[in-house]
Design a protein around this ligand. Structure first.
Ligand code: GDP
Length: 464
């Protein structure tokens, strides 16, 4: 794709004026908002010692087609579930209730280890829960390329109803293509009004089955431990519908969800296995580091010799601390691991600027505005915008400043952020630089439209 003068200047860490002068030397007269052709970007980047690399659009794992032989090797695997919802609606209480009723704590002296995820059993079948509730952690992992979650449980308190973070959670799950089960919580409270919750959720496209929709909604009381079995039942039902499967006989591959330095064991990381079986002494690479599995423990502190698809395990044997979001992959031997790391290192050094490429013809955007009125005006105007070939998809919108969670969502979805009379807070600002997300703020609505139109024009031009 192409790029605006000011964005290229920023990517090159030079002032827009310097870049405009440089362009003048090339006999190109440009202003800061001008879109530059790929060829020119390449030439300028080269002058400053950068190489241009195009971001590949996200490929959906679900659509990966397998050969009949590969298909035949697939075995059912447990679902990996994240709990989301507004603050104080009962996410933590629900996770505790599930663990307390479902983990036989007597077995290992009642010590449950915090490794970042827990595996529970219901009717002899396993379900894995991520221990950190909320869409922030979920989307942060996704922004790093990791797709670990199969199902999102959306907790909505029946007395409070749909709140801003409920809407955020819905949009984060939708952007990730993760199906939602709703747990209508706190039904023990006299003020509880589950029907109102259903009504509110239907405005966001979550229609309960009894109203002819396809969203499973389960009334629960996390505090009184009511409805927990039904909820787990529904999670298993949905995972049957989703046909969650993996080949356990391949070399293992998994996502790192947590890391820490342990006094005795050195760098350790919790890995959720996604395919294959991880075994003691397997050699692996994970991001920038390599290692060999020395010990493995489950969430109950039990030592394991092997870990199967969807299992969360705490692994030691890393040369150095890897990062959450890194993919751990078992390789043949240490020589192979070293070669892969060397290749990765070299690739990193040569690619500094990333330019957009749009495979799917959808531009995901997030809109934040200072008032409900201006937000609606912007959404309506965007809706009416005529854009050939490319669809603008508002994946999240809301009243208020640009937050870190908005930035992570934009990063994970390869989208951009539009702010109207609002600014990013300092955490969001840091995330914007780190994730290289495009976030722009405006004071005049028509400038948003003009900018979007120019941007799309740029995206449609030939790719580098
Ligand atoms: P989180 O912020 O979503 O993790 O919410 P918490 O799990 O910390 O719960 C917030 C408050 O709601 C706590 O005081 C809980 O005791 C209370 N709570 C959670 N679930 C229920 C419930 O089912 N019924 C009632 N009455 N209170 C609940």
């Amino acid at each position: 794709g192409s790029m605006r003068v000011k964005d290229l200047a920023e990517a090159l860490s030079i002032s827009p004026t310097e870049l405009i002068m440089e362009l003048l030397n090339m006999k190109i007269l440009a202003n800061v908002n001008q879109m530059l052709d790929p060829d020119i970007i390449k030439e300028i980047a080269k002058k400053y010692g950068y190489k241009v690399e195009e971001i590949k659009p996200r490929v959906s794992l679900k659509k990966k087609t397998l050969s009949p032989e590969e298909e035949a090797k697939l075995k059912p695997r447990p679902p990996v579930v994240v709990v989301m919802g507004h603050v104080d609606h009962g996410k933590t209480t629900l996770l505790d209730a599930i663990r307390q009723t479902k983990i036989a704590e007597k077995e290992y002296g009642g010590i449950t280890q915090h490794i970042g995820a827990s595996m529970v059993e219901h009717n002899g079948r396993k379900i894995v829960f991520l221990d950190t509730p909320g869409h922030e952690a979920f989307t942060a992992l996704r922004a790093r390329g990791a797709q670990v979650t199969d199902i999102a449980v959306l907790v909505v308190a029946a007395d409070d109803g749909v709140m801003p973070q409920t809407v955020e959670a819905i949009n984060h799950a939708k952007a990730a293509d993760v199906p939602i089960i709703v747990a209508i919580n706190k039904i023990d409270k006299p003020e509880a009004n589950p029907e109102r919750v259903k009504q509110q959720l239907s405005e966001y496209g979550l229609i309960p089955e009894e109203w002819g929709g396809d969203t499973i909604m389960v009334p629960i009381s996390a505090k009184k431990k009511q409805g927990i079995d039904q909820l787990l039942e529904m999670i298993l039902l949905l995972s049957d519908i989703l046909e969650l499967k993996a080949d356990p006989d391949k070399p293992a591959k998994g996502t790192i969800i947590e890391t820490k330095m342990d006094k005795g064991r050195g760098p350790v990381a919790t890995v959720i296995i996604q395919e294959g079986t991880l075994r003691l002494r397997d050699v692996f690479v994970a991001g920038d580091v390599m290692g060999r599995v020395r010990t493995m423990f489950d969430d109950k502190g039990r030592p394991l010799k092997e870990a199967f698809p969807s299992w969360p395990v705490e692994v030691s044997g890393f040369d150095e601390l890897p990062q959450a979001g890194d993919i751990l992959e078992v390789v043949e031997d240490e020589e192979t691991a070293k070669r892969i790391l060397e290749e990765r290192k070299q690739k990193k050094e040569t690619s500094n600027i990333e330019v957009w490429g749009l495979g799917e013809k959808v531009l995901p955007i997030i809109v934040k505005a200072d008032t409900q009125g201006s937000l609606e005006a912007i959404l309506q105007t965007i809706d009416k915008m005529h854009t050939e070939d490319i669809t603008i998809k508002v994946i999240h919108s809301g009243v208020g400043g640009i937050t870190e969670s908005d930035v992570m969502l934009a990063s994970a979805s390869k989208g951009m952020i539009i702010g109207f009379n609002v600014r990013p807070d300092s955490k969001a600002q840091q995330a914007i630089s780190k994730e290289k997300v495009i976030a722009k703020t405006y004071r005049i609505i028509y400038e948003i439209i003009e900018d979007l139109q120019n941007y799309i024009k740029g995206l449609k031009e030939p790719q580098i």
